[in-house]
Design a protein around this ligand. Sequence first.
Ligand SMILES: Nc1ncnc2c1ncn2[C@@H]1O[C@H](COP(=O)(O)OP(=O)(O)O)[C@@H](O)[C@H]1O
Ligand SMILES: O=P(O)(O)OC[C@H](O)CO
Length: 502
Amino acid sequence: MKKYVMALDQGTTSSRCILFDRQGSICSMAQKEFEQIYPRAGWVEHDPMEIWASQLAVVVEAISKIGAGAEEIAAIGITNQRETTVVWNRHTGVPVHNAIVWQCRRTSDRIEQLKRDGLADYVHKTTGLIPDAYFSASKVAWILDHVEGAREEAEAGNLMFGTIDTWLIWNLTKGTVHVTDYTNASRTMMYDIHRLCWDQKLLDYFGIPASMLPKVRPSSHLYGYTEASVFGGSVPITGAAGDQQAALFGQCCFTAGEVKNTYGTGCFLLMNTGEKAVASENGLLTTIAASADGQVQYALEGSVFVAGAGIQWLRDEMRMLKNAQQSEEYAESVEDTNGVYVVPAFTGMGAPYWSQRARGMVVGLTRGCKKEHFIRATLEAMAYQTNDILKVMEQESQAPIRSLKVDGGASRNNFLIQFQSDILGVEVQRPECVETTALGAAYLAGIAVGVWKDREEVCANFAVSRTFSPNMEEGTRSEKLKGWRRAVACALAWAEDGSEDE
Ligand SMILES: Nc1ncnc2c1ncn2[C@@H]1O[C@H](COP(=O)(O)OP(=O)(O)O)[C@@H](O)[C@H]1O
Ligand SMILES: O=P(O)(O)OC[C@H](O)CO
């Protein structure tokens, strides 16, 4: 009998494999961090072969921990860091360049050019996105323009493009299936989210041959089978979704108006808008949400580029922390930030500011500032950035948001989530399973093979482990927010002084 649904969660900083049972409980889990490559200031790469190797290693570890065999796995669901771009040779399977990661800023100038060429509106209307180096299109173009011979090879039909879901499926099926899902396609900035097809005008603009592109399928769908030699059996791959859309699904935000926020490397606030693609006028993205019934659903999204990555920076570069969990203890050991604000705009600022050139800022330093203040201010920045987005979302959806569901690695931090509730002035719910990204991928895969009948059945598994209620006086809240807005203005002004962003 098939007991488990396997989720592969390929995130920005680590690859994870989780085996879930029918109750949505974790039966086994393995995780492996991999190298972040920074060839120049503002550039971020991953080695696609290391991504594949780490993903395979955690699969083997997770199944061997509980002695499970491939025959006990009903289906595999894949979820992934989105936008990150891999280009490889279709005959050899060898990437022609490192993966260009979603955070990478190397193509900012190309995007400024696109805006000068008058295409910003077209991009927004067609793809639901705001032109930015964040998305895949300019990254693919960069590889074709900079890797010797790549453009000729692409035009001859020898190269393939894929986001990480596509790259993993290609390898799991030993080079036989080249496919992605709607949610990942909707992050490439070359996919028409209304007509559900690749957009020829944008492909022409970036010089990307259509032959490089994967087929696009629903998120809950039979993509193919793992090749038996990969991990000892042929298992159906029946789920794929970008990690933020998978988390929305895993949080059971199935109806229009439901919202979740995931605190991982970045922070991503998504609101389900049902079958309606709501166009934002204030810096939110319109994106495709994962659905299990083949009916396309949409979401509004606010993307924050640096959230947990700020804590990693304190750990690895500033060497203020031994591990991320310690940040909670340090933050709680002081009463406030002593007037310090950290704006972690290391890779520009996403929603609702969209400045490609903003850079990190620490303001309000005085002689009494200790590392504890610094750490607390970095955690608070995640909550402030979330607040900025939620206010815009409320305005655009014309519905007050009364509660927020949270998940992701940093949502384990009680200080952060309490502060989030205080700053928003709304209840924040943390589910029992904060691995909702993986859970969402498992649900999408499991529904396709009948492990769960439908969305309603998976909803029965949802349970809140802790609710955080706001406990901050209105005056304090507005003072703190005022300071934050001034700090953001400094980070944006830094960009404006350096060069023109528009
Ligand atoms: N207790 C914690 N407090 C604050 N940040 C944390 C905590 N635990 C993990 N993080 C941060 O969360 C991120 C990891 O979360 P995860 O959901 O695994 O991210 P991703 O999927 O982006 O790799 C890291 O950036 C880490 O610094
Ligand atoms: O790896 P995460 O969880 O930070 O997610 C990255 C996002 O998908 C980028 O859009």
